[in-house]
Structures are given as structure tokens and as C-alpha cells.
Write a protein that binds this ligand. Sequence first.
Ligand SMILES: Nc1ncnc2c1ncn2[C@@H]1O[C@H](COP(=O)(O)OP(=O)(O)OP(=O)(O)O)[C@@H](O)[C@H]1O
Length: 267
Amino acid sequence: MTSTIERPGLQITGVCKAYGGLQVLSDVTLRAPAGAITAVIGPNGAGKSTLANVISGFVTQDRGEVVVNGVRLPPGKAVTRAEHRLGRTFQNLEIFTGMTVLQNVAMGAYSRQRGSHLGDLVRGPRARRDEIEVKEAALALLRRFRLEHRADSLVESLPFGEAKLVEMVRVLAMEPEVVVLDEPAAGLPPASALPLAETIAGLAEDGIGVLLIEHNMKLVMSISQHVVVLDQGQVLTEGSPAEVQQDPRVIEAYLGPGATTSEELTL
Ligand SMILES: Nc1ncnc2c1ncn2[C@@H]1O[C@H](COP(=O)(O)OP(=O)(O)OP(=O)(O)O)[C@@H](O)[C@H]1O
């Protein structure tokens, strides 16, 4: 595996975005290096989802750039992200209903191949070879995440937690260098928190740069190496989980002026 020095991961520099008169992101600069979990936290409306949308090309920034391993990503072009090895999960689950779990995961692998030889996928012996490879890779991922018994189930028949895991596995099938996880714990029962934490930590151990956008502070503080706090579209502060939890500005941003307890940030 290449070293993290050769693969610097995700770099966001000076990103600005306004909707009408509302400045939603102001000069946001942060980095999510390969092999580590970088969390973005902040109160409701801080701009976290907008930032995820800018990174993944669903929203076009007014200024600033998004770079993955030294390559600048074209603003507002979500379809290019797979070829730049950037994957993303969504706050509101994005899965392909009407398809099986295996087909969902295989779609991730196909999107990786799309740039190279999509035409071949629908004709010729190479197409059949590719199809077999894609299926085997998808099955291997399902085994790794203990989902192989669900391979032939329609994805909409799964419990919510497993469907979310399928979404993540589909992203991994793209063999991403960087993943943006938008509130992976949202809607999950508390019992799912530990396996989810292990899954996300495993991505970083595999060398992926993880940008984790999350409201669940216990999850964030237990697995992140670096935490960036957004407030009103600006980076309020950043540091280790311990530093951020103790920062009076962070406590105030979450709990209001005059607050002194960090209880809510350590839940
Ligand atoms: N398409 C849009 N048009 C106008 N305003 C928008 C649009 N998208 C987001 N906003 C506004 O931008 C601000 C930031 O929203 P965003 O969803 O990015 O925040 P967030 O930190 O993800 O919030 P939450 O934690 O509640 O998901 C909010 O005031 C929101 O109303």
C-alpha cells in the first residue's frame, strides 16, 4: 500500500457558498488525510451537509477548491467523483430499491469501471470476465461485513441498520481513497453504535481518508483523530477530541452563551 505521504487524502481550501443573502459556508479550509478519521461537527444549520454536497459535487461552491490526492475536483460534477475515488453516503439513505443487496454493491464496483471500459461491460468476453470479477468482489465485501446471507434479498426488505451498511459497502466497492460519511449513526438504534464505530475505524485502518459528519458525540469522540467544529458556516476551532470537548467556544456554540458544561458533548 502507498504511504499516506504520497496520498494526502482530501483537502478543502477556502470554500464559500451562499444561498441568496445567506452565507452558508465562509472560507472553509480543512483536511481529511488518508488513514485517519476527521470529524466535522456543529450545531444544526452550521453548514455540514452543504459542505458534504460541495465535496461530492451535488452543490457548486462560489469559491474555493476540493482536492483529492493532489487532483482538483471539478465543482458541481457529482458524476466525476467515482473516477476521482471519492465516495459518499447520505444522511437520508441512498440505496437502489428494486435491486438485491448484491446488485447494489455491484453497482459501486461498476461505477469504478465506468471511466475505463463501460462499453465493454455490455458486450464481448471481456464484459463477461468483468461481470464475474465485479460479482466476486461484491460477494467478498458482503462476506467481510457479514452481509453475505442477505446477498439475494431486496435491499428495501432489510432492517434500516443493515440497509445503511449496504450503502456504505456499495461506496467501498468503488475502492475509494476518500469517503464522506454524512450522519452514519442517524436513525440507528443505540446497540448499532459499537459495530458502526468498528466499521468506520476499519475504513481508516485500510488507508482510506474518512470525513465523518455526525451528531452522535460519543461516536465522534471515540473514533476520530481530529475534530473540526463548524458554526454558522465557519471553522470555529479544530483539534483532538479532548481539546475540542473542553473548548468553551464549542460549548457555547452548542449550548448557548454562558454555558459552562461540556456534558452534552460527552454523551
Ligand atoms: N438549497 C438551499 N437553499 C437555501 N438555503 C439552504 C439550502 N441548503 C441549505 N440551506 C441553509 O443553509 C444552512 C446550512 O444548512 P446545512 O443543511 O448545510 O446545515 P447542517 O449543519 O447540515 O444542519 P443539520 O445538522 O441540521 O443537518 C441552513 O440555514 C439551511 O437552511
